[in-house]
Design a protein around this ligand. Structure first.
Ligand code: N01
Length: 531
């Protein structure tokens, strides 16, 4: 086994999770290396460079809390940071803490095999073979692009792009006829910006989405200073929130359906004018009670009708499904963009995209000609990247076999039969329903503490038990079933990928989850087998 590089811990990915894992494990004395398929750090912010890409969590909250000097030194320029600024932040962190020396870039993990005799993993990559006792998959929740293979796709003579794999040199659409497929968050952000350049933009919509104005703006230095003076309290308070995100408004416990018309309008208007996700916390039962949900959905449909000039277009843009059941979007001038003469909306709800031709897109029997087509078709979320790494655990069990009926984890951290493999923000953890950086910090700190405990106690391996995983999956689903989340075809359920098992993947509610993780550790890793 010459040419096999040995380490104690291999981290896969150098996004926010991978960077923090390298930082923390090195600090705790572990020999750690990260393997990253990109040529730089940043993960999702390295790949998603499409026009208009921006975080939907406010920048003062979407940032690391682990280093007080970093927290004070870094200056955010906008209320919601754009992709270039977030990438710059990730690069700054990597540089500031000298993390790049522990990262192997341009290295794609191709295969992971658990060796039972030695309790370690062999990791085959595009750049050689590695071996480590522990592997931490810091591979992100939205890191495998969903690129539908429409008939005729190879025949198109123009340029094809995917928002999740955007060219680093950028794309100049000036004077071009552009088609965009999809109306999720990536499309909602990129459509207004592409429309500023393109000669003509055609949007192919299968399902309309609810979008709330972000009201992004330059960050007031006084606001930034105030937050920095109180950062610790803010972070502590955030961890007591279901989503790990502090809202500018008080938490309301009342019901939308019970509110008077006047009170309802006032409250929703205030939130709409403020912008951002606090809109969905206006009432306690928006994602729980169908009648309350419909009242809020109706409010948004009215707003769309007010903004969009052509009633037929407004109608097409108006969703009828449960609001916030799919991941909601935040926008800057999304609906307004459809008032521009050179922007068209094509409804493909009934028949979808028929095929791609040499000249463009064929839908509803009509050929639309383009110079460029943008796929804003999303991701094989939460499981796609893990399943794409050819992972074989104990007894020759492959991950795709173990997860045939959907992902099965304990705490979203560990999978039975796959010892010494940890998933950061894996399925079954709050992950995408929270401020991701906060969730990442909690997971990575738990994993670090666990590895230190194993080292101190002389254990070579840790593995989730079948019973613990079964009850955990049941728990995740039971909580989801108390809400309206499972009622529509979202990527939370895997419903955006043909053939993917329909299972609600994220866990709703951060605080009880963090408490449970702590309790498990305090109880000597209950639900895990240690050897
Ligand atoms: O992907 P999506 P996304 N034919 O899956 C359509 C995060 N994010 O990249 O709804 C035709 O939401 C699909 O149609 P339908 C955020 O968590 C965050 O936009 O399935 N259409 C849908 O309209 C977000 O939720 C930020 O009927 C097809 C679209 O493509 C997640 O990433 C910014 C199709 C995909 O929407 C994913 O967002 C961007 C097909 N075969 C992303 N397949 C922020 O922080 C798919 N579609 C703000």
């Amino acid at each position: 086994m010459n040419n096999t590089e040995e380490h104690e811990v291999i981290v896969i990915g150098a996004g926010f999770a991978g960077l923090y894992a390298v930082y923390l494990l090195r600090k705790s004395g572990f020999d750690v290396i990260a393997l990253e398929r990109g040529s730089g750090v940043g993960g999702t912010w390295y790949w998603n460079r499409y026009p208009g890409a921006r975080c939907d969590v406010e920048s003062l909250q979407y940032s690391y809390s682990f280093d007080k000097d970093l927290e004070q030194d870094w200056e955010w320029s906008e209320r919601y940071a754009g992709q270039p600024e977030i990438l710059e932040y990730a690069e700054h962190v990597a540089h500031r803490f000298d993390l790049e020396t522990h990262i192997q870039f341009d290295t794609t993990v191709e295969q992971l095999d658990f060796n039972e005799a030695t309790s370690n993993w062999t990791v085959k990559t595009s750049g050689g073979t590695y071996r480590a006792q522990f592997v931490i998959a810091a591979t992100g929740c939205l890191s495998t692009a969903n690129h539908p293979r429409f008939a005729g796709i190879d025949e198109f003579k123009g340029s094809l792009y995917h928002t999740g794999k955007w060219p680093h040199e950028g794309v100049d659409f000036t004077g071009q006829r552009v088609g965009i497929i999809g109306t999720g968050s990536s499309a909602v952000q990129s459509i207004p910006v592409i429309a500023e350049q393109a000669a003509h933009l055609t949007v192919f919509q299968r399902t309309p989405n609810y979008s709330i104005p972000a009201h992004n703006e330059p960050l007031d230095p006084a606001v930034q200073a105030d937050v920095k003076a109180n950062y610790e309290q803010l972070r502590v308070a955030a961890r007591t929130e279901r989503s790990g995100i502090i809202s500018a408004f008080p938490v309301n416990e009342d019901s939308a359906k019970a509110a008077s018309d006047l009170e309802f309008q006032d409250r929703m208007n205030e939130r709409w004018d403020y912008g951002g996700f606090s809109f969905y916390r206006a009432y306690a039962d928006i994602v729980i009670d169908q009648e309350s949900n419909e009242r809020v959905a109706h409010y948004v449909r009215n707003r769309i009708a007010e903004v969009v000039d052509d009633p037929a277009v407004a109608d097409l843009l108006s969703p009828s499904n449960t609001i916030a059941c799919k991941r909601p979007c935040l926008d800057t001038r999304y609906y307004e963009t459809f008032n521009l003469d050179h922007v068209d909306l094509v409804d493909i709800a009934d028949d979808g995209i028929e095929r791609i031709s040499e000249r463009g897109v064929v839908a509803g029997g009509i050929e639309y000609e383009f110079d460029a087509i943008v796929f804003a078709t999303g991701f094989d979320a939460m499981t796609g990247t893990l399943l794409g790494m050819n992972i074989t655990g104990r007894d020759g069990l492959r991950l795709e076999t173990a997860w045939e009926a959907g992902p099965r984890t304990y705490l979203g951290l560990s999978v039975p039969c796959f010892p010494n493999l940890f998933t950061v923000t894996g399925p079954g953890s709050p992950s995408v329903l929270t401020n991701m950086i906060m969730a990442i910090e909690q997971h990575v700190e738990w994993i670090r503490d666990c590895l230190v405990d194993l080292r101190n106690q002389g254990h070579r391996s840790i593995e989730a038990t079948d019973d613990a995983a079964d009850s955990w999956v049941e728990h995740v689903n039971a909580i989801a079933d108390q809400t309206l989340y499972p009622s529509c075809n979202s990527w939370y359920l895997g419903a955006n990928i043909p053939g993917k098992a329909r299972v609600f993947m994220p866990l709703i509610g951060f605080p009880p989850y963090a408490e449970k993780c702590e309790q498990v550790a305090t109880d000597g890793y209950s639900g895990f087998a240690l050897t």
